[in-house]
Design a protein. Structure first.
Length: 149
């Protein structure tokens, strides 16, 4: 990875749009997602497509960790989280406000799969990880679309 490691925080919808732009097209294995109710945290590891490298003609995926704090509940739809080898492709992350500052975070994957998080407030953290090669986890084909950053 030749770019500076990604480190992002999201506390509002504008911040989350930047996070979505960087994680769009990321591959996530069901086994790499966890809801930790006592810690009020939902976390996952993704193989994100490196859009900056793509602008230089390089195709690269980067191991990236993300977590949401203040999570009150988590629910899945469209996939069985017990199928640990299920590979999900992240399309977007959306926040729907509720009674301020609470709301719902939706991680939307291709094929109709979703993870919905009821949160006290929007508190997302994303950073690149120093993990071994991701070739065995995701192919190197660039995703077909990209959200505007």
């Amino acid at each position: 990875m030749s770019d500076r490691p990604l480190r992002l925080l999201a506390h509002d919808s504008d911040d989350l749009a930047v996070v979505t732009g960087r994680l769009q097209g990321a591959d996530v294995l069901a086994r790499d997602m966890a809801y930790l109710p006592k810690a009020r945290r939902f976390a996952f590891v993704a193989a994100r497509f490196n859009w900056l490298a793509a602008e230089r003609g390089e195709i690269e995926r980067v191991a990236t960790g993300a977590h949401f704090d203040g999570v009150l509940s988590a629910a899945t739809q469209g996939f069985d989280p017990r199928e640990s080898d299920a590979l999900l492709n992240l399309i977007s992350i959306e926040f729907t406000p509720g009674e301020a500052p609470a709301g719902e975070v939706a991680l939307i994957f291709s094929g109709g799969a979703e993870v919905r998080l009821r949160v006290e407030c929007l508190d997302a953290h994303v950073r690149d990880l120093d993990l071994p090669d991701l070739d065995a986890r995701a192919d190197e084909t660039p995703p077909t679309g990209r959200a505007d950053d």
